[in-house]
Design a protein around this ligand. Structure first.
Ligand code: G1P
Length: 278
């Protein structure tokens, strides 16, 4: 059983300055819900209710968001505005939260290793909240958990991307075992299109076995001088097994202004306007 889900939320969000100067990028709303709430809801949908937040300086708003606001609750209790709190109340009731801080920005791999304190020696999910994933039924984390249950090895979510976008992602090469499910044979972090082993890009959803921590401890800085999760996963793929799964659903890059606007329009039209309880 996987219970824990790690959220690396210490990043600066420079692409959204000045909005993110004093507000975490994970608190940017897509319509009326912050990105991090979508991520936690997706984890809960996959049965992961122990949420481990790797935060940093200036990220206090995230912890406050997942705490009860007594003043606010008191103010709107019994009024017709109470319905606006129902989704976050549900999250708070279902999830347990723990936090640690990443004191230096040394890359995604370093953030994951910082989370070892909260995760311990068990398999866990990872959600990068600025990749917003919208699915028709099962969330992406639930899809990965299902594959983990069958295979007992680490799984990454992938999607096909255009050549012009390839250098924004970790890219895999693999052997297709069944439609959409690959055994990873190679992995490169943000390659130039000419060096990319395929057009299958990693998106921000992972299920990892705890052995990844041991590998990360010995992974030297890679692309951009940062400790890359992709490099550690390649070591894991070579020594045991890593699967890559073409998830069902849509992914929006909410770390970029274009992707964020696209996500906002999509969620507004396809989810918000159709929600009768709003
Ligand atoms: C991270 C990972 C990369 C992955 C991407 C998905 O990069 O390092 O392998 O493809 O997330 O969004 P980042 O976008 O944080 O630079």
């Amino acid at each position: 059983m996987i219970k824990k889900c790690l959220f690396p939320v210490a990043g600066y969000g420079t692409r959204f300055l000045p909005a993110t100067k004093s507000m975490p990028k994970e608190m940017l709303p897509v319509v009326n819900k912050p990105l991090v709430q979508y991520g936690v809801e997706e984890a809960l949908d996959g049965g992961l209710n122990e949420i481990c937040l790797v935060t940093g300086r200036g990220k206090r708003a995230i912890n406050d968001f997942f705490d009860t606001s007594f003043e606010l609750e008191h103010q709107i209790a019994g009024t017709d505005k109470e319905k606006y709190l129902s989704s976050i109340r549900k999250v708070i009731a279902q999830a347990k939260f723990s936090t640690t801080r990443q004191s230096e920005m040394k890359g995604l791999g370093h953030a994951i290793l910082t989370g070892e304190l909260l995760v311990g020696n068990e398999p866990f999910g990872v959600v990068l909240a600025d990749d917003l994933c919208i699915t028709e039924d099962q969330g992406v984390m639930a899809q990965l958990v299902e594959i983990y249950r069958r295979s007992n090895c680490s799984v990454v979510a992938i999607q096909e991307v255009d050549e012009v976008d390839i250098s924004k992602f970790g890219v895999i090469a693999g052997i297709e075992e069944e439609p959409g499910l690959f055994t990873v044979t190679d992995m490169v972090e943000k390659p130039e299109p000419a060096d990319a082993p395929s057009n299958l890009a990693i998106i921000g959803r992972y299920v990892l076995t705890p052995y990844i921590f041991e590998i990360l401890r010995h992974t030297p800085p890679g692309k951009n001088g940062e400790v890359q999760l992709t490099d550690a996963l390649l070591t894991l793929a070579k020594t045991s097994k890593v699967l890559a799964y073409k998830f069902k659903g849509r992914r929006f890059d909410c770390g970029s202004v274009d992707g964020y606007v696209e996500a906002t329009n999509y969620v507004y039209e396809n989810i918000y306007l159709k929600d009768e309880s709003r």
